[in-house]
Design a protein around this ligand. Structure first.
Ligand code: NAD
Ligand code: UFG
Length: 344
């Protein structure tokens, strides 16, 4: 029987895909989620994809010490933790900073207090948001971090620091922060994918909802940036490749002597918003209506990764192109639509 891994935030977008990949590699899985930004239906989707016996689900909150303790009491055989549970809306974090600090920083501390003495590896979802507008492109892990524009971004910087300090103080605590660039796309089965509650905040789910006719038009946030076509540039990466990076990260922590790592996870290719729209139109054969609206506060003009560290040290080899990712996101949107399941 495979080792049992806890995925916090496991019913969210990235968590569900990490779950699918871990299962494929033979791990046993416990998903913990408080459903604050996901649907219970995602659990049923995972069961359909992976089978009835493939995972256990615990509806619990990482910021509640009693619930975290209870979970580890019940699953005393957990051998690794992938920590994805967090609130993730930049705008909402500006309006509700205390919820973000409580959930993302308080939750992390609660979880670490339980995990740090158990001698089990810990993987943390960080973000390229920690770099702000980097002085140097492509962005390397040692590029200096900028003070964060939003409480959300700050929770990732503080989270990384808390993990680093905890690893420094406890040799047996092994941890890794993965700095995701822009995950997009869906599982090849189209049974799981990004499933926003209400109006999507991110580019690709917005585009797919315009494509299916659920939204009238995309608003492109600004076209006067100093980039090729004036729109922002990002490093989009297929969520399945990102999920693979988690498995490699976990396996590295199991086998290595060092106890703290930081990796960028991106394809290393900068693509503009307008280019994403035309790529989507090409793969979906649907026109996407858009209008240019004012720039979104806090957006950095350009971010793309130098991901050579993870490629070389973990032998991470992304398999999917941006167009593959867009097509999979489109297939998932069509699946949701045909199953009448697009909840608000
Ligand atoms: P998501 O919102 O889809 O998933 C997060 C899940 O965590 C949700 O299911 C939510 O219900 C759960 N959750 C939130 N607070 C919780 C709590 N206190 N207790 C238990 N469960 C809780 O987000 P995602 O896109 O899958 O992101 C996962 C992680 O990756 C987050 O930490 C996010 O900050 C980070 N990240 C995401 C992106 C991105 O573009 N999606 C980029 C960089 C980093
Ligand atoms: N955009 C639009 N219209 C939209 C949505 C987005 O023009 O309706 C633009 C944004 O201005 C940006 C680009 O599309 O230029 C990508 O925007 P996303 O919101 O999809 O992604 P971000 O790069 O802003 O942020 C995402 C996550 C953050 C995370 C960050 C870095 O939302 O949580 O990636 O990993 F921190």
């Amino acid at each position: 029987m495979g080792l049992k891994i806890l995925i916090t935030g496991g019913l969210g977008y990235i968590g569900a895909h990490v779950c699918a990949v871990l299962h494929q590699k033979g791990y046993r899985i416990v998903l913990m989620d408080n459903l604050s930004n996901s649907f219970l239906q995602m659990y049923h989707q995972l069961i359909t994809l992976l089978g009835e016996q493939s995972l256990e689900f615990e509806k619990k909150d990482i910021s509640r010490p009693d619930e975290v303790k209870e979970l580890f009491r019940k699953h005393s055989d957990i051998k690794g933790v992938i920590h994805l549970a967090a609130l993730k809306s930049v705008n909402q974090s500006i309006a509700q900073p205390l919820s973000y600090y409580h959930n993302n920083v308080g939750g992390l501390i609660t979880l670490l207090s339980e995990v740090k003495s158990k001698n089990i590896p810990f993987l943390f979802s960080s973000s390229c948001t920690v770099y702000g507008q980097a002085d140097q492109l492509p962005i390397k892990e040692n590029t200096s971090l900028k003070p964060s524009f939003s409480p959300y971004g700050f929770t990732k910087q503080v989270g990384e620091q808390i993990i680093k300090d905890t690893a420094k103080a406890n040799d047996s605590f092994k941890a890794m922060s993965l700095r995701y660039f822009n995950p997009i796309g869906a599982h090849p089965s189209s049974l799981i994918g990004e499933w926003p509650i209400g109006e999507p905040q991110n580019l690709v789910p917005y585009i797919t909802q315009v494509g299916i006719g659920k939204r009238k038009e995309l608003k492109i946030f600004g076209d006067t940036y100093d980039t090729t076509d004036g729109t922002c540039i990002r490093d989009y990466i297929h969520v399945m490749d990102l999920a693979e990076a988690h498995v490699l990260g976990l396996e590295t922590l199991f086998s290595s002597n060092s106890n703290h790592y930081v990796y960028n996870v991106g394809l290393g290719k900068g693509v503009s918003v307008k280019e994403m729209v035309s790529r989507f139109e090409k793969v979906s054969e649907r026109p996407i209506k858009y209008k240019i609206s004012k720039a979104r506060k806090g957006d950095v003009p350009i971010a793309y990764a130098d991901a050579s560290r993870i490629r070389h040290q973990l032998n991470w080899q992304p398999k999917y192109s941006i167009n593959d990712a867009l097509l999979s996101a489109w297939n998932w949107e069509k699946y949701l639509h045909s199953n009448n399941d697009h909840k608000e």
